[in-house]
Ligand binder design. Structure first.
Ligand SMILES: [Zn+2]
Length: 437
């Protein structure tokens, strides 16, 4: 008994001294550490300590908020929110039931658990924090208002959607980075535009399948050939073929890459007008299409309104991620870029421009991958209506480093396939996304 008490006393003394020693060592270490830090590092340390303190306090406030019996399931107040349809959604008969009266669609979202929710004035159904309602779109543009009424008052969320009333399956074919064919025609002084193999090949696809093409062109090539050097002697031929072949601005030149990503709107508009003026001069008014793809698909958001004022109604992009960053997306925000990555189109009401998702890039899709790329889209209501088909001019030319001998076959494979499935060839600048308005 005595020995056990003695043992306890000894171990208690040892434990206390161990703790004391550890504290001493820690303090000494901290003091030494602080001593070797320079002034800037010390400042940084103080800031971090202050920030962690504030974060701890905020977490405390958060925890206090959690304990309050308000709001939805998690306890944190979330205002009413429409999740479907998306703000700016382009809706067609594929998204609901359409008849003479309009397009009936489902609206759904989240609202605080105990709140009463109305959608455009009519009571919505509740299921937990979810709400759903049906509404009828009668106009081309409809504002949808979801309102929740509860202990924290009334809250609203509004979205606006477009009804593409006369929508029909359609495709548009856009070819980017054009300059070599114009230089070729100017150099060789052909009797006909279609003596140039490139235009000849496109005309064959038009004759065979009724395909239409918009060629997005540069003002100048890297070896100095510029549009002002292009003769207007082919004007009649351009005009005779303007129902299926259009010319549009793409950029001033191929280089530098991403020329308008950080450029002021005024630079972009000045370049657009330079090219537009030349197209009208050598090919006539009917040949001109406002641009629907800007080189690299990147520009400043402040350029959208000026583009609309210059006739732009649609802009096509890839809306894809590159190393986790949304790219070739006209610098749209992440939420809308993600939406566009899996939808045909989205309206930007601020500018009036509709964004279109490119569905296939023929120069980067081998022949055997063309149908497997397009086919799944036809089974998705959000991507089935509009085929935005795309390629680049340089891959047609044997002198180009990445020349594709089967480029025309790739185009033909895509065009034949969409034609067989009832897609109509359109130009995006006509009507609404090429369809009747
Ligand atoms: Zn380009």
């Amino acid at each position: 008994m005595l020995s056990s008490n003695l043992f306890r006393t000894i171990s208690c003394v040892v434990r206390t001294s161990t703790i004391f020693l550890r504290v001493l060592l820690y303090a000494a270490e901290r003091l030494y550490y602080w001593g070797v830090l320079d002034e800037e590092q010390k400042m940084q340390k103080r800031k971090i300590t202050r920030r962690s303190l504030l974060q701890t306090m905020a977490a405390g406030i958060g925890a206090a908020a959690l304990s309050r019996p308000v709001g939805v399931s998690a306890g944190v107040f979330q205002s009413v929110r429409i999740e479907e349809p998306f703000h700016g959604a382009v809706l067609s008969r594929r998204h609901g039931e359409q008849d003479e009266g309009g397009l009936r669609i489902r609206v759904s979202g989240q609202a605080p658990l105990r709140d009463r929710v109305t959608v455009n004035g009519s009571p919505a159904q509740r299921e937990g924090t979810k709400f759903t309602a049906e509404i009828l779109l009668r106009q081309r543009e409809t504002e949808i208002t979801a309102a929740s009424h509860g202990i924290l008052g009334q809250h609203e969320h509004r979205v606006r959607v477009l009804w593409d009333k006369h929508s029909q399956p359609r495709y548009r074919f856009s070819i980017d980075d054009n300059s070599f064919f114009l230089r070729d025609i100017a150099k060789k002084k052909y009797a006909s535009l279609f003596d140039c193999f490139y235009l000849k090949g496109l005309r064959e696809l038009h004759s065979k399948y009724g395909a239409r093409f918009v060629l997005n062109i540069y003002y100048i090539t890297e070896d100095g050939f510029g549009l002002p050097q292009f003769s207007d002697r082919y004007k009649h031929e351009w005009q005779d073929n303007s129902d299926w072949l259009k010319l549009a601005f793409h950029a001033y030149a191929n280089e530098p890459a991403r020329p308008y990503q950080y450029a002021p709107a005024s630079t972009l508009i000045a370049d657009l007008n330079k090219v537009a003026e030349q197209i009208v001069r050598f090919a006539g008014e009917r040949k001109y299409s406002p641009p629907t793809v800007i080189h690299w698909g990147m520009l400043q958001p402040t350029a959208l309104k000026p583009l609309f004022e210059n006739g732009v109604r649609v802009l096509s992009g890839y809306f894809r991620q590159l190393d986790g960053v949304w790219d070739v997306n006209y610098l749209l925000d992440d939420v809308r870029s993600e939406y566009l990555s899996r939808h045909d189109a989205l309206m930007d009401f601020d500018s009036g421009i509709v964004f279109s998702k490119v569905d296939i890039v023929c120069n980067s899709t081998p022949i055997e991958r063309i149908v497997p790329t397009l086919e799944p889209l036809t089974k998705d209501a959000n991507q089935a209506e509009i085929m935005d088909i795309f390629t680049h001019e340089q891959y047609f030319w044997p002198f180009y480093a990445n020349y594709l001998p089967d480029h025309f076959q790739r185009l033909e494979t895509a065009i034949r396939w969409v034609k067989e499935r009832g897609y109509k060839p359109v130009f995006f600048h006509e009507g609404f996304l090429g369809g009747p308005e």
